[in-house]
Design a protein around this ligand. Structure first.
Ligand SMILES: Nc1ncnc2c1ncn2[C@@H]1O[C@H](COP(=O)(O)OP(=O)(O)OP(=O)(O)O)[C@@H](O)[C@H]1O
Ligand SMILES: [Mg+2]
Length: 562
């Protein structure tokens, strides 16, 4: 920030220097016009030599101004973009459930560009133009104030017309951005669902919907273009009229003896120097109006509060034993009136395995997510080694916990990078050791590029079982005290299930494990099994005691093994 201020200050110095040259050029034009009238070639040549020097100096400060202003503007846009991205990462599941990723991507790219563009224009065009206007106008008033007053009688007319166009363009711009953002969301969604589109042979339908959306975007852009075109015509016409009026009045002032021919030449040069900055200021004004919409959209994002707020007194947790307790925990999601978890109390001693079973929607995932603080419960508390999880910093808490989710998300990059996900730098040997524990080493070695094989977008396709073993290797490398397995072995054929199960058995050793599974075979050896229903724990025991009890667990079991 400090260096940005210095850059801006330096750039402004260059701008000031650059501005001083305008009246000097006015004087030169006036003098040359006079020498031309006298036919004084020697004086003209001398003045030309001086002028060349002046132009070189002026070029230098102009270059300094342009480069420094661009540097400052791009820097500010970079800061803004990084800040918005960092903020997005703090937002919780509730926000992302409703947010459209296409729209968010648009804000981070297009909207920030627009704002950056506007800042660039402010530094690079607006401020210099306004300075130039002030200095040149001052010079003109000094030359002949009557002429200046008369000439600028037309200025309010120009200003009013610019304002009128600006209002309209602002409205169009807001609508146009909404439509482009709708289009981006549509594309993200449809391409994400391309399999469904193709398998229903619904390409024509999708294309139809796409072109309707695209056409709406086109229409509003065209309206903007037409309005802008009209604006250039109207404002340009008014300016031309001003110039004609000036010649008439100039002739009149000379005839009255209030002005010399050479003075009038300088005055006309002054007018010419005003046209560019006036045009720039007016077009900048419209662009600022347009970027206001982008600024609103960005600040609206920054104003969304994160679901989870870290306490200012939070401490970093380092070596946990892994003793997890839930005390009377209840959770109700926003927009829902039924609690997803209802007065759950649990004690999971360190290094034991606890399993959760129950029908879909029973609250199993919600229960394990609470430990990671994806949400905070409205009631009750969750503790690790007797200490409330809210006392810890989020990052240190989550470092203690590893999760192998049902769907492994692979990011664009190599297999090694995916296993070492989240680590700024990693040790190659550790990655391989982790992959071996996860039963992934063998299949990775079979790819021609081994650990450097590209996965994610445009990469190789991995099977469900292979992806899951990568996720397990990730968790192994992470080496958490507490491990969460949410349906980690669902949707696997029995061979890969055996491989995955073997890998899981290895990493479950000597850790506290919370495991969610539909397949009862995977949890048979758990120290304790909890059966959940509608946010409550309805049964608890070991595999054998639960079977013997002959209740819900026994019924599930009978269903799966009949
Ligand atoms: N982010 C969320 N926002 C709102 N409601 C949610 C959210 N996540 C889950 N729910 C709701 O909470 C209830 C419990 O969901 P949860 O995902 O914990 O069930 P589950 O037992 O893991 O089910 P499954 O076996 O299908 O994974 C469900 O009614 C679900 O609709
Ligand atoms: Mg679940």
């Amino acid at each position: 920030m400090q260096s940005r201020r210095t850059t801006i200050a330096l750039a402004l110095c260059c701008t000031l220097g650059f501005t001083i040259f305008w009246p000097i050029l006015g004087v030169i034009v006036g003098k040359i016009a006079g020498y031309i009238g006298d036919g004084n070639v020697q004086a003209i040549a001398q003045l030309m030599a001086w002028s060349a020097g002046i132009f070189i100096l002026r070029g230098l400060v102009q270059f300094g101004q342009d480069v420094l202003m661009a540097k400052a503007a791009l820097g500010v846009a970079f800061d803004l973009r990084t800040r918005v991205y960092a903020h997005l990462q703090t937002l919780g599941a509730t926000y992302f459930a409703k947010a459209k990723t296409g729209d968010l991507a648009y804000r981070l790219t297009e909207d920030v560009d627009r704002v950056g563009e506007a800042i660039n224009k402010i530094f690079h065009q607006f401020v210099p133009s306004v300075l130039q206007l002030i200095v040149v106008l001052g010079y003109m008033v000094w030359l002949n104030w009557q002429l200046t007053v008369a000439t600028f009688a037309i200025a309010p007319v120009i200003a009013l017309s610019i304002g009128w166009f600006g209002e309209r363009l602002m409205g169009y711009s807001r609508r146009s951005q909404e439509r482009i953002s709708d289009l981006a969301s549509f594309v993200t969604e449809m391409l994400g669902a391309i399999r469904i589109v193709q398998s229903f042979a619904a390409e024509d339908y999708a294309l139809q919907r796409f072109s309707t959306e695209a056409d709406r975007a086109r229409q509003i852009k065209f309206l903007t273009a037409k309005t802008q075109a009209l604006q250039f015509v109207v404002v340009g016409f008014l300016e031309a009229m001003g110039v004609l009026l000036l010649f008439f009045l100039g002739g009149w002032q000379i005839s009255q003896g209030n002005l010399t021919g050479s003075g009038f030449a300088s005055y006309v040069a002054g007018i010419a120097m005003l046209i560019d900055p006036i045009a720039l200021v007016s077009s900048n004004y419209n662009e600022f109006k347009q970027s206001e919409a982008s600024i609103d959209r960005l600040f609206e994002l920054l104003a969304i509060p994160p679901d989870i707020v870290e306490s200012p007194q939070a401490i970093a947790i380092s070596h946990t034993k892994g003793h997890v307790t839930y005390h009377n925990v209840s959770l109700t999601y926003p927009d829902s009136d039924e609690p997803a978890l209802n007065q759950i109390s649990l004690d999971i001693p360190a290094s034991t395995t606890i399993a959760f079973v129950g029908s879909s929607g029973a609250g199993k995932s919600s229960l394990v997510h609470l430990l990671l603080r994806f949400f905070d419960p409205q009631q009750g508390k969750i503790a690790i080694d007797g200490r409330d999880v809210r006392d810890f910093t989020l990052a240190s808490l989550r470092h203690q916990i590893g999760i192998v989710p049902q769907d492994t998300i692979l990011l664009t990059g190599t297999i090694a990078e995916n296993i070492a996900f989240g680590q700024m730098s990693y040790d190659r040997d550790q990655v391989i050791t982790a992959a071996k524990i996860a039963n992934a080493h063998q299949f990775i070695e079979q790819f021609p590029q081994g650990y450097e094989t590209w996965v994610g977008e445009r990469g190789v396709n991995l099977s469900g079982g292979q992806r899951q073993r990568i996720a397990i290797a990730r968790a192994v490398l992470h080496n958490p005290r507490i491990l969460i397995l949410d349906e980690a072995t669902s949707a696997l054929d029995s061979e890969s299930e055996a491989l995955v199960q073997q890998a899981l058995d290895r990493i479950m050793e000597d850790r506290t494990v919370l495991i969610v599974a539909h397949r009862l075979a995977t949890i048979r050896r758990a120290d304790r099994i909890l059966v959940m229903e509608r946010g409550r724990i309805i049964e608890s025991g070991t595999h054998d005691t639960l079977l013997a009890a002959g209740q819900r667990y026994a019924a599930f079991h009978a269903q799966q093994f009949s």
